[in-house]
Design a protein around this ligand. Structure first.
Ligand code: SAM
Length: 228
């Protein structure tokens, strides 16, 4: 059975389109999407040999070699221009996902939708999207096995700034702020506790411009968490 997290990611894949899953590990996501008939063709990209072999093994095991192409390479370099309509990148840090998109910009010409699932620092992705002409169209937050995950779906468009309060929106997500689910609240209660602990440590530290700056930033973030 596919994890709830990856299943939630596949829910945003436009049916009938060709998808590339980057950092696919066991290729569970593309296998599921093809078996379910959501997509007719998928690419599973992996940069590390071990996971690349796992992906090949899984695709063979499921008899999906004709529909899933497993490729070894860094980020979007495994995709030929025009090959896919949709890209999924899941289970990595937001900064790494943003770097993969930035380095692979030349491959995004035919891509209409990005579905990104950062394990942390979704803010890096929201920032990249805005700066590169992608419009956030949906967000989801879910908890599985005690961990909280965010899913961001974006389409090419005018990134009309949908953020009512830019800094807060970038950090927490405009759709998630609107939905204000229990999981969302728990996430920011947890983050706030964390920041307060760090702040307490900094209060004890010797004065320096750097600590003052960090304290100010933390206080600002704590206030944002309080507001939601
Ligand atoms: N996407 C799967 C999921 O969400 O369950 C696997 C997540 S796993 C934690 C992250 C995978 O991304 C690893 O297998 C790693 O080798 C791969 N990866 C990391 N950086 C990559 C890059 N630049 N290009 C392709 N794959 C990458």
């Amino acid at each position: 059975k596919l994890s709830n997290r990856l299943e939630a990611v596949t829910n945003y894949i436009p049916p009938g389109k060709r998808v590339a899953d980057i950092g696919s590990d066991h290729a569970y996501l593309p296998c599921y999407a093809v078996k379910k008939g959501i997509v007719p063709f998928a690419i599973a990209g992996e940069v590390v040999e071990g996971p690349y072999q796992s992906a090949k093994k899984q695709v063979k095991l499921e008899g999906l070699e004709n529909q899933i192409s497993v490729r070894k390479g860094n980020g979007l370099e495994v995709i030929q221009p025009g090959e896919v309509d949709c890209i999924t990148i899941a289970g990595m840090g937001g900064a790494l996902i943003a770097t993969i998109l930035e380095d692979g910009k030349s491959k995004l010409g035919s891509v209409h939708r990005l579905i990104l699932q950062p394990n942390l620092s979704a803010i890096s992705i929201r920032t990249w999207l805005i700066e590169n002409g992608w419009e956030l169209i949906a967000e989801e937050i879910l908890e599985e096995d005690g961990k909280i995950y965010e899913i961001l779906a974006a389409e090419k468009g005018k990134p009309l700034n949908p953020y009512t309060d830019t800094k807060k929106g970038l950090l927490m997500g405009p759709f998630l702020m609107e939905q204000k689910s229990e999981v969302f609240k728990n996430k920011w209660i947890g983050e706030k506790k964390n920041w307060e602990r760090i702040l307490l440590q900094l209060e004890k530290a010797a004065f320096s411009e750097d600590t003052e700056k960090r304290k100010k930033e933390l206080k600002e973030k704590i206030k944002m968490a309080e507001e939601v």
